[in-house]
Design a binder for this molecule. Structure first.
Ligand code: ZN
Length: 342
């Protein structure tokens, strides 16, 4: 089988890899139907996070179960499944509290941008759809593997609800999904910060009530002008850079909350948060805890996070899938294995 392997910054290759097999009785092997490139994959692609040796890459997927280990009971061959970016047992003390991103028995994938994939802890990790989903729903189901759950996590962490004003920092796929999450959670004011017309359009489609194109002080002033002069109740930081955190800390009102889901690079300005009485929560999304509800919303066609994919390529063109996102020619790239149905 074939899959994506990162060799060095800027160098992702489509290569032959070993067929995955059942190693533990709790494993499943799935045939990947669709996978995608994550903003966090770009940290390695850009050389910001190190690549010590050629490594299979990718952590977002949906597909069809081919084999299960002897201990797997909740999914079976032929099921269409999606799993979060971090395999978890969904039964340990942390998972039972909904903290599935920090499962006490957490496992890892070995590169999901591939024809096939070994899923550890299959019972805990995978959620099956009732029957085969309609083809047009596959991008939205795939989005639940990471970006939609992460946007949802930002909104839930910041306490977004029916009476809160929300500002979203970041117009990548996670930021756009955070807009969708805030709207779905009933926020009457959802401000998307974006300078790019195509991304503004997605934000508006997702229900953003306002677009702020300015950044820095001008961006903060624009947010305050829309929020009684004090800033947003909830700011969803979906980038991870120091600039984005500065934008978030300037845009949140005193006593407000920041949902922090951009993987942090650089310092966290705790002083600014302290003096403004700002709450900070977030971290990696508890995908597995959110998956059943969000899958229900997708299957009912209530939410359509799949429109964040504006580029679809065969897996063999994985290098271009990365380059397009790196150069911001694409919001998010979806890839499909070249040979389907085997
Ligand atoms: Zn667990």
């Amino acid at each position: 089988m074939y899959g994506a392997v990162i060799h060095a910054p800027g160098d992702v290759r489509y290569e032959e890899r070993d067929e995955p097999t059942i190693i533990e009785p709790t494993d499943a092997v799935i045939r990947v139907v669709a996978a995608c490139v994550c903003g966090s994959d770009l940290w390695r692609y850009r050389g910001i996070s190190p690549v010590p040796q050629p490594t299979p890459i990718g952590h977002e997927y949906c597909g069809v179960v081919e084999q299960v280990g002897s201990a797997v009971t909740t999914v079976k061959p032929g099921d269409f499944v999606v799993g979060g970016f971090n395999p978890c047992d969904n039964t340990c003390a942390a998972c039972r509290k909904g903290a599935t991103a920090n499962c006490l028995n957490a496992a890892h994938y070995s590169g999901c941008q591939a024809d096939k994939l070994r899923v550890p802890l299959a019972d805990g990790t995978l959620v099956a759809t009732p029957g085969m989903p309609d083809e047009d729903l596959i991008p939205s189901i795939l989005a639940l593997s990471d970006v939609m759950c992460t946007g949802w996590h930002a909104a839930v962490s910041a306490g977004v609800g029916p009476s809160t004003t929300v500002a979203v920092v970041g117009d990548g796929a996670v930021g756009l999904c955070a807009v969708l999450a805030a709207v779905q959670l009933g926020a009457p004011v959802v401000i998307a910060m974006s300078r790019h017309e195509s991304r503004q359009k997605v934000a508006t489609t997702f229900g953003a009530t306002h677009i702020v194109a300015e950044r820095d002080e001008a961006g903060i002033a624009a947010i305050k002008a829309l929020t009684d002069g004090i800033g947003a109740d909830c700011v969803l930081e979906c980038v991870g850079t120091e600039e984005a955190r500065a934008q978030a800390s300037g845009s949140v009102r005193v006593g407000g909350n920041i949902g922090l889901v951009g993987v942090p690079h650089g310092d966290l300005p705790t002083d600014q948060f302290f003096w403004k009485n700002v709450g900070i929560k977030g971290g990696p999304a508890n995908c597995r805890a959110y998956l059943p509800h969000l899958l229900e919303l997708v299957l009912a066609r209530t939410i359509n996070p799949g429109i964040v994919f504006d580029l679809e390529l065969p897996l063999s063109e994985i290098a271009e899938a990365y380059a397009a996102m790196d150069e911001r020619r694409a919001i998010k790239s979806l890839v499909r294995p070249v040979v389907q149905g085997v």
